[in-house]
Each structure stands twice: as C-alpha cells, then as structure tokens.
Design a protein around this ligand. Structure first.
Ligand code: ATP
Ligand code: ZN
Length: 282
C-alpha cells in the first residue's frame, strides 16, 4: 500500500504537541530538527516538517495526505480540505483589539478606521458579514505595535492569554475566530490507512479527556456511588478482603473531574486513586 504523508509544523507553537500526538499514536520516528522528512518505522507513514502556512495547500494539492495546522491558517489560505479531527491543542482566538484609551466602543465605530492584521482574508470576511467598512492594513508580523506607530486604529491578531496585548497598551475588543489545531485531509478520500490513523488519534484524544479512578467504599454505598459514575459501560466493582467493603474502578471525564470527586467523597468514597489513561479503544 502507498506510504502516507503527514505534514506538521517544523518549529513553532504546534510542533511539540503534533509530535507528541503522533508518538502517542504508537508511531516510532526520529524527530530530526534539521531534516524535512522523517520515516515512521512501524507504520507506512512519512512525516514532513514544514512552515505551518504551507500545510493546507500541500494537503489540498496532494503533496501530503494529511496535515496538522491551526484553523486560522486554514481560513486564511482559503483551501478546500476536510476536517478529520479537532485536536484540542493550539487553542487561540483571532481578535480585534484596540488601544486601552480608544474612542472605539461599538462594532459600528470601526467604520472608516484602519485595522492592521496578518489575517486580511479572515478579517475581510468578518467585516463583510458584519457590514463594516474598515481599511484593512496587511502586515506580516508584530501587528500589536501598529497602533502605537500610528499605522492603525485597531489590530486583528491571534491572542491566547492577552499578555502581549496588555504590554502593548491594547485591550481585546471583538472575537473574530476561535481556533485550535486540526487534523486535515483531502475531501472524499477513502484510504484505510488514513482511517486507521484517525482511529488511533481518536483513542488518544478520548484517553486525554478521561481519568481512570479506583476508590473504596462500604458495600451499602455502592448504589449511590454507581449513580454518579456512568463509566464507559458501568463501573467494575470488586470485593476487598475486609468484609462489606468494595473497590470501584471506573473512568471520569476530565471536564467535570473535581465536581465528581467531591460528589463521590460525599457519597462515601475513600482512598480515591486517579490515574492517566494512555488509550481508549471502543
Ligand atoms: P511558521 O514558522 O511555521 O510559519 P508561525 O510563526 O506562523 O510559524 P506560530 O507562532 O508557531 O506560527 O503559531 C502556530 C499556530 O499556533 C498559529 O497559527 C495558531 O494556530 C496557534 N497559536 C496558539 N496560540 C497562539 C498565540 N498566542 N499566538 C499565535 N499563534 C497561536
Ligand atoms: Zn506561519
């Protein structure tokens, strides 16, 4: 069968997590920093290390079969690719930000104003949608200094914590796009190797969202504790040596983890042990 190719970022914010995801999928490869390509030893796959901006087009044009890239880059390059999986890392927002002291207070105030950005395509779409007529100034980097230099009244840039905005005297004003890393492929492609890789990615993501929990309780509390634990099917209950005591094994979603743990304690759970899960195969 033909060897698959996946394109990931060579260096930058998505590189490490992309490599980690592939390794967690059980793929063995050298993460050569200096080379552009790495061959996976235990799966018919080659990894191409590229600038993130090139990844969507490489996938669209068939140079790579798959890619891992931020949604913001996909939107800006205007390619037609399939979203195979949302990966839950590289989360950030494309925001319009304005100087802390600004006379812009409503969306309509952006009419006639200059907005500096490296994302002219996404911003243009957004402004058309909102019926705003602003002047988009495309610059390739350090967008956050544009208002200070008198280049623009506002900016549209990627923000994760907002620290960079603050240190440049700016504040977030509007959300244009929420973004995360996406596993992309070509549309209408039915390749069993891609499906196999997708299943592995899904099992890693599922495992990330859940924790394995073992707890002890008196038998009389089992029903109340079971009611709190949907588990994958239902929890495993095994007797302890001590009479009338059992151990309950289950998985808990990361999302409501602390809430669940507190509820379990109130319901009579003791000695709660929590462990990470590597993979969940359904
Ligand atoms: P390259 O050299 O590959 O072109 P880059 O400088 O364009 O890299 P990075 O800064 O490494 O890109 O960001 C890669 C992606 O990480 C972004 O496109 C975005 O999807 C995501 N990201 C997450 N948080 C942030 C953030 N705070 N600022 C910028 N990008 C972020
Ligand atoms: Zn880039």
């Amino acid at each position: 069968m033909k060897t698959l190719k996946i394109a990931i970022q060579k260096s930058g914010r998505l590189n490490e997590k992309s490599v980690e995801l592939l390794k967690n999928c059980g793929l063995t490869f050298e993460n050569y920093k200096s080379s552009l390509i790495s061959t996976v030893a235990n799966f018919p796959l080659e990894i191409l290390f590229l600038r993130d901006d090139d990844i969507p087009e490489y996938v669209q044009d068939g140079i790579a079969d798959l890619g891992i890239v931020g949604e913001n880059v996909i939107g800006e390059t205007q390619v037609d690719v399939a979203y195979i999986e949302r990966l839950g890392f590289g989360k950030c927002s494309l925001k319009i930000a304005i100087p802390i002291q600004s006379d812009i207070t409503t969306l309509e105030d952006l009419n006639g104003k200059a907005i500096a950005t490296s994302y002219p395509i996404i911003l243009k779409k957004y402004l058309i949608e909102k019926n705003i007529n602003a002047d988009i100034r495309t610059i390739s980097g350090s967008v956050e200094i544009a208002p200070g230099l008198g280049l623009s009244h506002a900016i549209c840039d990627l923000v994760s914590t907002g620290g960079t905005l603050k240190s440049n005297g700016l504040k977030p004003f509007l959300d244009v796009l929420h973004s995360e890393a996406i596993l992309i492929g070509r549309k209408n492609e039915e390749n069993p190797l891609i499906q196999e890789l997708q299943q592995r990615v899904q099992s890693v993501l599922r495992a990330k969202e859940t924790k394995y929990v073992v707890l002890n309780c008196e038998s009389k509390h089992v029903e109340a504790i079971k009611a709190l634990l949907p588990g994958i099917k239902s929890p495993t209950v095994v007797p302890l040596l001590e009479n009338e005591w059992v151990a309950v094994h289950t998985v808990i979603s990361e999302k409501d983890f602390w809430k669940k743990i507190n509820q379990l304690k109130l319901a009579g759970a003791q000695g709660i042990v929590v462990m990470p899960i590597e993979k969940i195969i359904l």
